[in-house]
Ligand binder design. Structure first.
Ligand SMILES: Nc1ncnc2c1ncn2[C@@H]1O[C@H](COP(=O)(O)OP(=O)(O)OP(=O)(O)O)[C@@H](O)[C@H]1O
Ligand SMILES: [Mg+2]
Length: 442
């Protein structure tokens, strides 16, 4: 993409209501624009990151055997009445009336709807287990929408729903998601910890939140320090017994505020007692028959007897993750995108647009990086160097290649690695080779 043709509305001033780094930088870097409280437009740069995160979530869900579908944002109140949630959900639910006076709502979650879809077609235990998911916008009329996309009212969530014949089978489905989540966050460059969690209005008795540590996080959490740096499970055979891998992690203390057990925590060695703030980037639940019983979601078991299915649900805060990643990865100059989610792989800075050689070499590098699949952003605007450098630092692309007449006299360009600030003077070919090799396997 050529910057001169792109839509990148940067802000010079930080809007006063933005208090945390991710909110400030997302506004300043022209990633989002607020339309009303907690409701945002995703501008081109922001949308690119959102889509990359979404795709990582999708790939890891698919690997774990979950099947993608898409449910609507607007739901009928009828299904929610069947489960009793229409009244229980409270003012966070946006209730809508259509022209025929039918009560509708903008879905805050989809347990009721998916249970209806399941019960209307699945009849036999032979069709189990099943895990269906979608990546869809949700609406929750939060009391205090804040911190930009971190606590929006409209937000993008991946929500998966598992169906099993027994509690034991449901535990297997839960374990798949538990480990798939750890792999998902690791691919985004995040260190997420699974913590024992309260189930809230979703209900149930087995639940974990996935938390990334950040001072600006809204959750108070307690865990064994070793969990933070524990490597993700990596490639898994999802048909094998995953319990030992889950148990390895559950053996170390980790709990959110609501589930905190101060006595158990105090028994950890004092240098391992980590009490911190964190951002909830995912939440998984096993809730058994909570929705399937009132909605009569049953299948025939192998003895020909009808049994109520056991369910779980599994959420990832896709849009919240955009902010979460920035909280985990930025400096005073701007965002530092992990390679896997960067909106563009590299930025090309032409210091002297109009200079025949600088233009030629910049174009050349641009074309070669495009061909190599790096998806570069070429700053071909005629601003002065300082403006270009701070703009590129702000939007945080992993690599910057600077091309100017001075370097070109010696046949070199400069490559800067955004995360470390390290600069290398390289011939254009070597610069392309370096950046391309840095993206190998991503
Ligand atoms: N208002 C919101 N804005 C952005 N993401 C959200 C919001 N509410 C929930 N999420 C994301 O969706 C995931 C699954 O939803 P869940 O029902 O567990 O949320 P929650 O527990 O109500 O979240 P929170 O405690 O932060 O309000 C959460 O882990 C979070 O990452
Ligand atoms: Mg939650």
């Amino acid at each position: 993409m050529r910057l001169s043709r792109y839509f990148l509305p940067l802000l010079k001033e930080t809007p006063a209501d933005a208090t945390i780094a991710s909110h400030k930088y997302m506004l300043r870097a022209g990633m989002i624009k607020q339309n009303s409280a907690g409701i945002y437009s995703w501008l081109p740069l922001g949308l690119k990151v959102l889509k990359k995160i979404e795709q990582i979530v999708r790939e890891e869900q698919n690997k774990a055997g979950a099947i993608e579908m898409l449910m609507p944002t607007i739901q009928s109140a009828d299904l929610w009445r069947e489960t009793g949630r229409y009244d229980a959900y409270g003012p966070e639910m946006l209730r809508i009336t259509d022209r025929h006076d039918r009560e509708m709502l903008y879905g805050p979650t989809n347990e009721d709807m998916i249970t209806d879809i399941f019960r209307s077609s699945v009849r036999s235990y032979k069709d189990l287990p099943k895990n269906l998911y979608h990546i869809q916008w949700k609406f929750r009329d939060e009391v205090r929408p804040r911190f930009g996309v971190m606590r929006g009212r409209e937000f993008l969530m991946k929500d998966a729903y598992s169906f099993d014949l027994s509690a034991e089978d449901a535990r297997r489905s839960y374990n798949k998601m538990f480990l798939a989540y750890l792999n998902t966050y690791a691919r985004m460059g995040l260190k997420a910890v699974a913590m024992k969690a309260d189930t809230g209005p979703i209900g149930g008795d087995l639940s974990h939140e996935f938390i990334i540590l950040a001072e600006t996080g809204e959750s108070e959490v307690f865990c064994h320090a070793d969990l933070v740096n524990m490597p993700p499970p990596g490639e898994l055979d999802f048909d094998s017994d995953l319990q030992p891998l889950v148990d390895e992690r559950l053996a170390l203390y980790a709990a959110t505020d609501e589930m905190h057990d101060a006595d158990a925590f105090a028994k950890l060695p004092s240098d391992k007692q980590l009490s911190a703030r964190g951002i909830e980037v995912g939440h998984i639940f096993y809730f058994g028959e909570k929705y399937s019983a009132p909605m009569n979601a049953k299948v025939m078991n192998s003895d020909g007897k009808e049994v109520i299915v056991h369910m779980g649900s599994y959420g990832v805060g896709v849009s919240r993750l955009v902010g979460g990643i920035i909280e985990a990865s930025h400096d005073d100059d701007g965002i530092i995108w992990p390679k896997a989610v960067a909106p563009f792989g590299a930025g090309i800075i032409n210091l002297k647009v109009g200079d025949a050689e600088a233009d030629q070499v910049s174009e050349d590098i641009y074309n070669q990086l495009v061909a190599a699949g790096i998806d570069p952003l070429y700053d071909d605007k005629s601003d002065r160097g300082g403006v270009k450098f701070s703009r590129m630092d702000l939007i945080g692309l992993p690599y910057q290649i600077t091309i100017g007449p001075r370097g070109l006299k010696e046949g070199i360009v400069e490559v800067k690695t955004r995360a470390t600030g390290e600069r290398q003077s390289l011939a254009p070919d070597a610069a392309i080779k370096f950046i391309t090799s840095e993206f190998a396997g991503i």
